[in-house]
Design a protein around this ligand. Sequence first.
Ligand code: ATP
Length: 268
Amino acid sequence: MAAASLEVRALSVGYGPVRALRDVTIDVPEGAIVAVLGGNGAGKSTLLRAISRTLGFQGGHVTSGSVRFDDRPLDGLSATRVVAAGVVQVPEGRQVFARMTVADNLRAGALGATGGRRSSAEALARVHELFPLLADRAHQRAGLLSGGEQQMLAMGRALMAGPRLLLLDEPSLGLAPLMAARIAETVQEINAAGTSVLLVEQNAAIALRLASTAYVLDVGEVALSGTADELASSDEVRRRYLGVVDEDAAADASRAQAAAPTLTRWSA
Ligand code: ATP
């Protein structure tokens, strides 16, 4: 296996007295898509914030552990320096600048880049290739875009900084299935062009289709990890995250229902 380009080791995080992560260890090998699954409040966003060094903006702090990218510690860097090191986060909830145009949002994304004007023109051409709609709507206010289009803009803005590792926080959240599938395809294209991806998702079906390996967070701890195929066939993941019903339990329930007296349906 290739050397791990992101190494999170025994990371613990708190928000004041609240412990949000405990001893979390994960690897994102260079060129991989790695998924982190988990229910509400499991600590997924906290993990991404700790890596991107944006925890402080939310009142959180790392209490122990370390984060290294390409064998250099990210601990102690400012959020801007992390972007310059090539690690860029797309936060949950597509936080675009609603009153700014699409073009200005993308320009803002290039501010953290270190490659100069030429590379920012190349990045813009690449973003327009991935998301032609962002070229068509360049002069429209970002707040007028649909949810899916805003997700495209949030991802496009992150790509303007030329990331080597993209941290994606629930890109499919609240999107219709077709749009979620479209976003998933684009994540694959971005990865195929050489960017590693750490993907946080509640939608386990999408995440396990995209990722090579995955981790399941439960109340701030890594409860399960393995290849995406292993996790997709694990009973616990199927039941809790893929909505697959335990067949024996379903058969028992349906037998019990058949034996129950027929309910009277009241009509008006
Ligand atoms: P979701 O899928 O609902 O976004 P999550 O897995 O991303 O959940 P986090 O948002 O990382 O979970 O939250 C982990 C824990 O930390 C939760 O108990 C949450 O209440 C707490 N938490 C998150 N942000 C803060 C904050 N700014 N201040 C205090 N507690 C917080």
